[in-house]
Design a protein around this ligand. Structure first.
Ligand code: COA
Length: 175
């Protein structure tokens, strides 16, 4: 349903178009980027994605050949584990299984080609749609960091989730 293609700076305009405002940007990436998501930040992100520290992809819908999503993995120092982040589906493509299909491909790449033993991620506790997506793929909550950030006059709590390679595929959503 979707194929992964490496993210480059040309794709940055799509990310900027899919993120409607500062709260959406915060929901997507926490404090990693600041509003507005401009060319300078996107260029730095594309440059980091071309180093051994990170790998980032656009998800391409196989039927239409259109980009419909984005995700990234930042590798830990030993390269045995990594952190999935920057998970985003184009607004018009949401709630149709694209997120599940994209992350199924990302996990297959992470545990296959990239040889990771474990992946982690962080998600704000109020992002029930994303949590449901991650739980459907087999991620479990390791801990909740309560009131770990303040943004837009609100306290934000972060759920830390993980998936070891040994659990990958057990009950995972197919895509
Ligand atoms: C979170 C996001 C990536 C999900 O992508 P998506 O393509 O809409 O997700 P899917 O259609 O694949 O749905 C995956 C699961 O979530 C569930 N889901 C989808 N929309 C939902 C909703 N509004 N409420 C609750 N669950 C929902 C689906 O039912 C499915 O669960 P199931 O497999 O048990 O049926 C997408 O909504 C998005 O880009 N959000 C903005 C950015 C963001 O929050 N990123 C995550 C940062 S941690």
């Amino acid at each position: 349903m979707v194929e992964l293609r490496d993210f480059t700076l040309v794709d940055g305009r799509l990310l900027a178009a899919w993120i409607a405002g500062p709260v959406e940007l915060w929901t997507w990436s926490g404090a990693d980027f600041s509003w507005p998501l401009d060319e300078r930040q996107l260029a730095e992100y594309a440059a980091e994605s071309a180093t051994p520290l990170r790998r980032s992809w656009m998800a391409i819908d196989a039927a239409s050949d259109q980009a419909v999503g984005h995700a990234s993995v930042r590798f830990d120092a030993d390269r045995a584990s990594g952190r999935i982040g920057r998970v985003l589906v184009a607004p018009e493509a949401r709630s149709k299984g694209v997120g599940a299909a994209m992350l199924t491909s990302v996990l297959a790449t992470a545990f296959g080609e990239l040889g990771l033993e474990r992946v982690e991620l962080g998600v704000w506790t109020d992002n029930s749609r994303a949590i449901r997506l991650y739980e459907g793929l087999g991620f479990v909550c390791d801990r909740v960091l309560r009131d770990v950030e303040q943004f837009a006059g609100t306290s934000w709590s972060a759920m830390q989730m993980s998936l070891p390679r040994s659990a990958w595929g057990a009950g995972a959503v197919s895509g």
